[in-house]
Ligand binder design. Structure first.
Ligand code: ADP
Ligand code: NI
Length: 213
């Protein structure tokens, strides 16, 4: 088995049971999109990019109980798979730093490979698939679809956010802002198309909603 196949097997094992939109189908789409972006980024290292695309969610605090333990386990596994120290560092530099919140602090520290994986991950949160994932996630955490009397909730913690938030509001708080945060040229173009699609969806949603009055 080659290195990438071994990594894919590891990820499948970790994320198989996820029901919040981070399961293997999300990972496979991120890998596919990363490969597509790689075609117009010849300076990027494909093996590091693809490995990090597969692994980008496996040590996420949202998904594992103990980030330190999972990180150690992954490091040992990568070493077993014959990744050398520099490669392991390059992969960890990406998966440690590319989450939405960390990106505010670490924006300039992401390697080109990390920027590609981040773009691929964010592209999966917008457009038609992004819409599907938002409702899937919202349903899982008991969010309502929409409320006309939505109050601003910048100061809510994650639990309160889930309890009081609506899925439609998530588009305005996060998803419509994603296209302006892309790193690579290829991703910027895809994101622009997906943003228009989401805006059309929201317009359509509102007009259907208003007709029920
Ligand atoms: P990431 O995979 O980048 O770490 P998240 O875990 O925040 O991102 O989001 C995973 C998916 O769930 C995304 O498609 C995102 O839009 C969606 N999502 C996250 N938070 C909410 C929310 N409060 N309401 C609806 N969808 C959400
Ligand atoms: Ni992801």
């Amino acid at each position: 088995m080659n290195k990438i196949n071994l990594i894919s097997k590891y990820v499948k094992n970790k994320l198989a049971k996820d029901k919040t939109g981070h399961s293997m189908d999300h990972v496979e789409r991120v890998v596919k999109m990363a490969k597509k972006i790689l075609l117009s980024e010849p300076k990027a290292n494909p093996q590091i990019t693809i490995a990090a695309a597969y692994l980008h969610d496996v040590i996420d605090e949202k998904l594992v109980d103990n980030v330190t333990v999972e990180s150690l386990r992954l490091k040992l596994y990568l070493t077993d798979c014959q990744f050398d120290e520099n490669e392991v560092d390059a992969i960890f530099n990406i998966i440690d730093n590319m989450s939405f919140s960390k990106n505010i602090e670490f924006k300039n520290h992401l390697s080109l490979e990390g920027q590609i994986v981040q773009d691929a991950d964010r592209l999966d949160a917008i457009g038609a698939i992004g819409i599907a994932r938002a409702f899937y996630y919202g349903g899982h955490f008991g969010e309502t679809i929409y409320s006309e009397n939505q109050s601003p909730r910048t100061l809510l913690n994650k639990q309160q956010y889930r309890e009081r938030s609506t899925v439609i509001n998530h588009f305005y708080e996060k998803l419509l802002k994603i296209p302006s945060q892309m790193n690579t040229k290829a991703a910027i173009e895809i994101a622009a198309h997906r943003k228009t699609y989401m805006q059309n969806f929201l317009n359509e949603f509102k007009s259907e909603y208003d007709m029920q009055k």
